[in-house]
Design a protein around this ligand. Structure first.
Ligand SMILES: Nc1ncnc2c1ncn2[C@@H]1O[C@H](COP(=O)(O)OP(=O)(O)OP(=O)(O)O)[C@@H](O)[C@H]1O
Length: 244
């Protein structure tokens, strides 16, 4: 089964259409990247799938279920998003315990303390972090908490929006390793937005290159690694990254 299918997806902010006719099928367990220049609509696609950009047309199907324009609880159990800035996604006056328990409480799930502790362990954090506040954690630890929060409802699909770009380089590698391990252990499907092609090579199976709200090319990561992207814009992007 496909974990995620986008058909003729158009997305607008007010009068401005920023995503045009996107078609994409991502298999269950696959890790797929969206790359392309700033403003090309990558984050907007993730936001529409997560229910955060409501002005879309076309079809979004997650784990066989068509998304409607309403915010549905069943969707948040299937798909969760992790943002670039973990500080922004964690409430400064709530403990880690409160942040991780909240999705369970909303969905009426019991054994919350036990589940919170198990998830802290799963993301490589000691249980003593449970009653700390976000400001008492490092950037990498906060991103681990944001990942843990996203996983509390055991979603099948994770939408990752530049999940390591706000972190120090050494910490980036730790978080990428964590994501790789979690994907393997929990059979997750990833849709990742990044500017960083080495991250695509490390974490993904396929990628789509976007420009001006459209997909210009879909390729296997093997093609990326071999420098065998076909479209002129993709080759430009590859050449620009090689120079950095
Ligand atoms: N909340 C918003 N309201 C209006 N326009 C927006 C909003 N968010 C994004 N846009 C516009 O939509 C377009 C696509 O933005 P989006 O953030 O999806 O691009 P992106 O490819 O993810 O870029 P980046 O790599 O810089 O994150 C841009 O022109 C942007 O200015």
């Amino acid at each position: 089964m496909n974990a995620l299918t986008l058909e003729n997806l158009d997305i607008s902010y007010g009068d401005t259409q920023v995503v045009h006719g996107v078609n994409l099928s991502i298999a269950e367990g696959e890790s797929f990247a969206l790359v392309g220049e700033s403003g090309s609509g990558k984050s907007t696609i993730l936001r529409a799938i997560a229910g955060l950009a409501p002005d879309w047309e076309g079809e979004i199907t997650v784990m066989g279920e068509k998304r409607s324009h309403r915010v549905e609880r069943s969707v948040s159990r299937q798909v969760q998003m992790v943002f670039q800035d973990p500080y922004g996604s964690l409430h400064p006056r709530k403990t880690i315990d409160a942040a991780l328990s909240e999705p369970l409480a909303i969905h009426g799930i019991a054994n919350r303390g036990e589940r919170v502790e198990a998830m802290l362990t799963a993301v490589g954090l000691d249980r003593r972090f449970r009653f700390r506040y976000p400001h008492q954690l490092s950037g990498g630890q906060r991103q681990r908490v944001a990942i843990a929060r996203a996983l509390m409802l055991e979603p099948k699909v994770m939408l990752l929006d530049e999940p390591t770009s706000a972190l120090d380089v050494s910490v980036q590698a730790e978080i990428l390793n964590l994501l790789k391990r979690l994907r393997r252990e929990q059979g997750l499907t990833f849709l990742l937005v990044t500017h960083n092609l080495p991250i695509v090579s490390f974490l993904c199976d396929r990628l789509a290159v976007m420009r001006h709200g459209r997909i210009v090319e879909i390729a296997d990561v093997a093609q990326l690694k071999a420098g065998q992207l076909v479209e002129p814009y993709s080759r430009e992007l590859l050449a620009a990254t090689e120079g950095t």
